[in-house]
Structure formats: C-alpha cells, structure tokens
Design a protein around this ligand. Structure first.
Ligand code: ADP
Ligand code: F6P
Length: 319
C-alpha cells in the first residue's frame, strides 16, 4: 500500500487534528503518500482531496476541531452519490482510507469497505457512544471543558442561592452528563439510560433546601429532551432558577494531553492495520490497550454506559 487517504466526518472533536498528524507521520515513516480529503464524505464525493506532506501538520496537534473540515452529509447514503465516491477513490489512486468520526461515519466506512475499499476507522465523538472502544477521541477534552464550566457555575449559583439547570451534549447518550455530574458533585442528573422522576427530584431538593442547602446544580443530558420540563417545574416550585446550555463549547478546543496521546496511538494502530492488510476494522482502546474491532460489529452494536458505579450514581441522583 503506497497511497493512503484520511478524512474527518460527523461532529468535530478535539484530537482529530492530532490523529491526522499521527496518520501523516506513520505514513511518512513507512514511505506511504497521504491524500487529505476535505469536508468528510462530502469532499470525498466531490473529489475535494490533495496529496499533503509533513509540513501541513507541523502545528496541528494543539488545534481544536479539524483543519480538514468535516460535514454532515446524509446524501452519502444514496447509491448514486456513494458511487461517485468510489470513482474519486479510483481516480486518485487511493489504496487505503482512514475515517475519523463517530457512529454515523463508521456506517459510511462500513459501506465503503463492503464496496471493496480498504478502510480503517478511528473513533472520534464527544458522546462516547461508539461500540468497540472504552473511550473515543474528544471525550476527555469535552469533559474537562464541562467540568470547568460547572465549577464556574457553582460559584454564581452559591452566591445567589439559585438552582442551576445545566444541559450537556449527547445526542442519545448520557455519558457526558453522568460523568460530569459525578466529577463536579452535582445534586441531580438526568440521562436517557436511566428512568428519572422530575417531581421526585424537586421534592428532594425542597427537603434539602429546608434543611440548610442554599443552592443546587442539576445536570440534564440533551438526549433526555427534558431540560424545558425540569426548568418549568423548578420555577413552579418557587426556586430561583437559571439555565445554561453548554452547547458547542463542549467540542473542546485545544485537546488535553490524554486526547493527544490517544490520537497518536489510534493513528499508529490504524496505519499498522492497513499496512498489514487488515481492513474493515475500527481501532479502539480497551482496558488501556489498542485493539481492532470489525466495523460491522461496531455499527451493529450499541455502546451504553458500561461503568456500573456510574450508572448507580446516576440512578441515585435521578429522583
Ligand atoms: P457521527 O459520525 O459523528 O456520528 P453523523 O451521524 O452525522 O456523525 O454521520 C457522519 C456522516 O456519515 C453522515 O453525515 C453521512 O455522510 C455518513 N453516514 C451516516 N450514516 C450512514 C449510513 N447509514 N450509510 C452511509 N453513510 C452514512
Ligand atoms: O455527536 C456529537 C454531538 O456533539 C452531539 O452531542 C450533538 O447532539 C450533536 O453532535 C450536535 O451536532 P451539530 O454540531 O451538527 O449541531
């Protein structure tokens, strides 16, 4: 294999640039050319790609987002659009492809693999909902941003004696909410994986405030779609309430050391896999070791919250 392409797809996250650099470095060391595809699958379909050399990634590691750009491109599911991508791959003599992205991106990668493209995936999504890896790229940085925000919110909440409702990201997964609630000492947390009872949470907070508590922090995962309900019910109960939707700042900016190192490990494993002729896999980190899981398995399995203690904590704080 002498020419490998790399793209980033789906929601951006911290560590994507470090992973791209890792891919370029590993290829350089193995005398393999690198083709950078811009804007994910959209760029692949439109032939938005060019050969890059080492200089392009020299200062990439510390940057947030993805300098290759990314896209949500549902048209990639359509056969006639998908076929254009296969043409571009052939025209550009691409012999292997590294896809850096989340669950949706892995579905696209699986389709390419089934069509004969030698693909390896690198899991990258702040949601941490990708099967086959204990942690995806971007999660650690996102959590650090969330915790920093929650620590700041705690100061203002305590100063005014208020109840703060903080919404964290996670399209269908409560990992960010549950982990940040535990790490920040939040009073309540609502996640899609655990049955919650808003009325019961409010009764508990009322009791706590009657016996000396002066402020509270309630974390709601985006995936519950319950932020409005929680806010409304807290106001009806007479709490001085404020809401903060953390939104896209959770994508993180400059990656943590953990995410940078993880990116390099994932990239090294991905290129090794391609050069050894092991295609159709997603690299991952399991029990601190880099692993390969077939993308077919990745896209047909769900990753829930696997930490039983974390689930137990969420259960306790959800009523
Ligand atoms: P993420 O990869 O972060 O989960 P998305 O769900 O938006 O983000 O997926 C990224 C892209 O992957 C989509 O915009 C689309 O181009 C491609 N994709 C998603 N699902 C499929 C699918 N079933 N078949 C082919 N491509 C898909
Ligand atoms: O999948 C990552 C994620 O950040 C989700 O947590 C969130 O629901 C979604 O992406 C937001 O997507 P967009 O950046 O397209 O608004």
């Amino acid at each position: 294999m002498k020419r490998i392409a790399v793209l980033t797809s789906g929601g951006d996250c911290s560590g994507m640039n470090a992973a791209i650099k890792g891919v370029v470095v590993e290829c350089f060391m193995n005398n393999v050319e690198v083709v950078a595809v811009r804007e994910g699958y959209k760029g692949l379909v439109n032939g938005n790609c060019e050969k890059i050399d080492f200089k392009v990634v020299e200062d990439a590691v510390q940057k947030g987002g993805t300098f290759l750009m990314t896209s949500r491109y549902p048209q990639f599911k359509e056969e006639h659009v998908f076929k254009k991508a296969l043409d571009v791959i052939a025209e550009n003599r691409i012999e292997g492809l590294v896809v850096i992205g989340g669950n949706g991106s892995m579905k696209g990668a699986e389709k390419l693999y089934k069509a004969g493209v030698p693909v390896v995936g690198i899991p990258a999504s702040i949601d941490n909902d990708i099967y086959g890896t204990d942690i995806a790229l971007g999660v650690d940085t996102a959590l650090n941003v969330i915790i920093q925000a929650l620590d700041i919110i705690r100061y203002t909440a305590s100063s005014h004696g208020r109840v703060f409702v903080v919404e964290t990201m996670g399209r269908k997964c409560g990992y960010l909410a549950a982990t940040s609630a535990l790490a920040s000492g939040a009073d309540a947390v609502l996640i899609p994986e655990v049955k919650f009872d808003v009325d019961s949470i409010i009764r508990r907070l009322e009791k706590e405030h009657k016996t000396g508590k002066t402020y509270s922090i309630v974390i709601v995962s985006e995936g519950t779609r319950a932020t409005g309900e929680v806010l409304g019910k807290l106001e009806d109960a007479g709490f001085d309430t404020r809401m903060t939707v953390l939104g896209h700042i959770q994508r993180g900016g400059s990656p943590t050391v953990f995410d940078r190192l993880l990116a390099f490990r994932f990239a090294a494993k991905a290129i090794k896999s391609l050069l050894e002729g092991k295609y159709g896999y997603m690299v991952g980190l399991n029990r601190s070791r880099t692993t390969c899981t077939s993308i077919e398995k990745v896209v047909t399995h769900k990753r829930g919250i696997e930490d039983k203690n974390l689930l137990q904590f969420a259960k306790k704080k959800s009523r």
